[in-house]
Ligand binder design. Sequence first.
Ligand code: HEC
Length: 155
Amino acid sequence: MKKILMWALGILVAACILIQLKRPDQTNPPVNPAAVYTAHLSVPDDVKAIIGRACNDCHSNETTWPWYSNVAPVSWLVAGDVEQGRRHLNFSEWGTYKKARMIKKLSEIEGEVTDNSMPLQKYVKMHPEAALSDADRDRLSKWAIEEGNKLGLKQ
Ligand code: HEC
């Protein structure tokens, strides 16, 4: 019995080591200053600060990768969220969006922030500084609508 347990433990340890070999892509693509959202929208400092602490890790090319993002299988999950997040909305590549997409994204930001869907809860658990107060949510959603209106968003 003891032998079987030792074997099982050995296999478990080996598996934990082996999965580390599969390293997800954790690079930050280069940032073109002309494409960053602040170059295209009017972004007051407080709004920029909220986006910086609560959204940028997943929705920009300026991700700060935490230490645990080097440890599989967590690394795969983190990299997956960042990849998905960037694909849906990338503040670093805002300038590459067509006007209709900009309007849609601003309206989605308002929706996600108002109904508490963003930032993702699991992220806030690991990054308490990313938690948004009601006032932060209100500020961010009003800003998104304001900017959307300037571009022609109809409500
Ligand atoms: C931990 C990573 C993470 C953080 C932090 C995060 N998001 Fe997201 N976001 C995602 C992922 C993944 C998706 C795509 C899948 C989904 O909708 O759940 C997404 C999707 C979105 C979308 C697009 C929804 C759609 O319908 O296409 C918007 C808008 C958005 N996020 C806004 C924000 C805002 C604003 C913040 C900051 C307040 C934020 N997110 C913080 C990961 C994140």
